[in-house]
Design a protein around this ligand. Structure first.
Ligand code: AHR
Length: 500
């Protein structure tokens, strides 16, 4: 039987986890907004049209930030279309997703929804068809207390108090030729610099995220980041990374190794930030915002058959399997292990569109397999990430060398003294004996071992069978300073310990 061991020592910590690592994303895309979070007339909706069944599932995963309104959508969006009396709002051809946008939901509705969801907004500005001036105006509309045209307009629209949006994205995936208003690195860097300057002049308390690459396979990956950092280093607080992974050819061993690509991507971008910091003799460190990440590939064929120019088409409705949840868990472990550099991350997306939560128009809401690792990491992965030494058998896959059979991380909650171990077994045919040596932590007891395992790696949840993939109880034991657990084949595990 294979064995793996993780060693942590109480004095060796890596970083405090920024809670925003467990953010998510709502785009005007498919049924994310309409029929997702917002459905006037749904039996659970309140007077604002917010589905309360969805809000409960969102609150349960405790997302501290939600990115909005896009995504590719934002690069053609006029924010003015989505404010003011709903009856006067324009019905537009939305070019990014070839849909109809009636703008009945906009910035102010999103702010109200965030309050109910107990989350904070992360707003993206349009640097595709618009520019620094429109971005500046949106900051004024949202954040200025009053006494100017745009802040008074917000008041006239019914929102007396400023929204105080703290976190802003300077456009979206501007390196991608598919983006409306796609820009070369130099073009984007100049625009982002000018936008950042005036946005911060309006509200110096905001934090800004500049676009990096849409994924690490882009031919401009590296040169794009370096050019943007060179021009904008002093203006920005974070640079963004995006990555989606899929398993279209059914090579699950290779698929489960893809979190190693995420790890390498993070380390490269962090190194680029540090190189420019050195070059510019800058005091400040720019950190990373992994503001789109997930599995995405299931829905491709069915989306190609959808008709264009409909409102809320069922696009990007990936149905997630057990193996997808294990990779999502591995990606969460990867981000926690890089918590010294990744301060913000957004699971893309939140409802219906490549999402942990699904809804039926007029009907039920249920959770997909990927909901569970996200919920557990979000609830119990906050505190201090411990430096760990991991010893595990290695193997090669089609695209990766030296893939450890187990990946794992330990997070200590400094207030409660609780310790949580997250671990995934990539082996597709065997369980692995996994030991965590907790040096200097004192006597502890196991509070919970939750295991996501399945005989069928392709099992998934549906409205009719929403509990097919969900965690069950495992049998971890703690003795001396050793936590021992059997990790079933292809599984995600969370083990929580408290002081004995
Ligand atoms: O999340 C779906 C899309 O993926 C986003 O709109 C875009 O930013 C990315 O390419």
């Amino acid at each position: 039987m294979k064995k793996a061991r993780l060693i942590v020592e109480t004095d060796f910590s890596l970083a405090t986890v920024d809670p925003r690592l467990f953010g998510s994303f709502i785009e005007h895309l498919g049924r994310a907004v309409y029929e997702g979070i917002y459905e006037p007339g749904h039996p659970t909706s309140d007077e604002k049209g917010f589905r309360q069944d969805v809000l409960k599932l969102v609150r349960d995963i405790d997302v501290p930030i939600v990115r909005y309104p896009g995504g590719n959508f934002v690069s053609g969006y006029n924010w003015e279309d989505g404010v003011g009396p709903v009856k006067d709002r324009p019905r537009r051809m939305e070019l990014a997703w070839r849909s109809i946008e009636d703008n009945s939901f906009g910035t102010n509705e999103f702010m109200d929804w965030c309050r109910q969801a107990k989350t904070a907004p992360m707003l993206a500005v349009n640097l595709g068809t618009k520019g620094p001036e429109e971005a500046r105006q949106l900051v004024e509309y949202c954040n200025h207390p009053g006494g100017t045209t745009l802040s008074d307009l917000r008041k006239a629209h019914g929102w007396r108090d400023p929204h105080n949006v703290k976190l802003w994205c300077l456009g979206n995936e501007m390196d991608g030729p598919w983006q409306i208003g796609h820009k070369s690195a130099q073009e984007y860097a100049r625009t982002a610099h000018e936008a950042a300057k005036v946005m911060k002049w309006v509200d110096p308390s905001i934090e800004l995220v500049a676009c990096g690459s849409s994924n690490s396979s882009m031919s401009t990956f590296g040169s794009y980041e370096l050019a943007v950092l060179d021009e904008c280093y002093r203006d920005i607080d974070y640079i963004s990374l995006h990555s989606y992974y899929g398993n279209p050819d059914g090579d699950t061993a290779n698929f489960l190794a893809r979190s190693m690509n995420m790890d390498a991507f993070i380390k490269s971008v962090a190194a680029m930030c540090d190189a420019i910091q050195g070059k510019l003799h800058a005091k400040k460190k720019v950190h990373l915002s992994f503001d789109e990440w997930n599995v995405w590939f299931h829905s491709g064929k069915q989306d190609a058959e959808l008709p264009s120019w409909t409102q809320a088409p069922p696009m990007l409705e990936d149905v997630y399997t057990h193996e997808d949840a294990v990779l999502v868990g591995l990606m969460l472990i990867t981000m926690l292990k890089n918590a010294d550099r990744v301060k913000i991350a957004c699971l893309a997306q939140l409802v219906n569109v490549i999402a942990p939560i699904m809804t039926e128009k007029g009907g039920a809401a249920w959770v997909q397999s990927i909901y569970w690792p996200f919920l557990q990491a979000s609830r119990y992965g906050r505190g201090t990430v411990m430096q760990g030494i991991l010893r595990a058998p290695l193997s090669d896959t089609k695209d990766f060398m030296d893939v450890p059979v187990v990946d794992a991380v330990v997070v200590r909650n400094d207030e409660s003294g609780e310790v949580t171990v997250f671990a995934a077994n990539r082996d597709l045919s065997e369980s692995v004996v996994f030991e965590t040596e907790l040096r200097g932590f004192g006597p502890m007891k196991v509070l919970e071992h939750a295991v996501l395992a399945s005989e069928d790696i392709h099992a998934f949840n549906t409205k009719e069978n929403p509990d097919r993939v969900k965690p069950a109880a495992g049998h971890a034991v703690f003795e001396g300073n050793l936590l021992a657990a059997s990790l079933p084949k292809c599984s995600w595990n969370m083990i929580r310990l408290a002081k004995a």
